[in-house]
Design a protein around this ligand. Sequence first.
Ligand code: C5P
Length: 245
Amino acid sequence: MNERLIVSLDLSDMSQIQALVEKLNERVLYYKIGAIPFTHFGPEIVSYLKQKGKRVMLDLKYHDIPNTVARACEGAIRMGVDLITIHASGGFSMLEESVKAVLTGSGQEGTGKPRLLGITVLTSIDEAYFSDLFGNIQRTLAEQVIFLAQLARSAGLDGVVASPQEIVPIRQCCGDDFLIVTPGIRPEGGGISQDDQARTMTPKEAIQAGADYIVIGRPIVKVADPVAATEAILKEIEDGHRKTA
Ligand code: C5P
């Protein structure tokens, strides 16, 4: 089973989710539960995936005061998820408190230690919109991503979520053992919509650049044949490995 692909279950119909997980079966180990399925179904969706032997990235992108985020992380640990996301721009104390909560809360109820990821700059934001949004910020978008990745690393996080376009500089500054998870992936081939993503790459390019995990939603969950789409993406991942090996 491929361990690099995380399929983002951005769907609001439970029977559709279950049918998709059944169909993808052994091809996919990792699923991402973000705001859409979690708001519709709550922890039930995580239990369902865990019962199926799957790994779960809980992508609720917490961004709040340190105590609130740290206590929310404790709840995520109790659900048995494998990856948790928090916004790196929440600041050092928020990040550090969350790391402590994960270290002390893990293993208490038979759950493992989830890895904590910092969200850098959303992949839907491009350079022009970035400077609009943050006005007189001194850094470019890429510099801001590196700044947030270094902040996350210094607070003890396990890695970051960033666009594939920033993998190489993040690796350079944060090292090989720092996890890089990249959404904003669009498979090779004509006719694939960018949707609302701005800073994208193909699965093969992202793997070659050094991504640990790639997150893919609509190119799998919103197409007529998700199995064929997944198989094509898995082949691209393999090709990416071959080129890096
Ligand atoms: O459908 P698509 O492949 O664009 O889905 C990407 C998923 O990754 C979405 O669930 C989105 O919320 C998430 N994500 C992202 N950019 C980030 C962090 C998470 O697109 N920086």
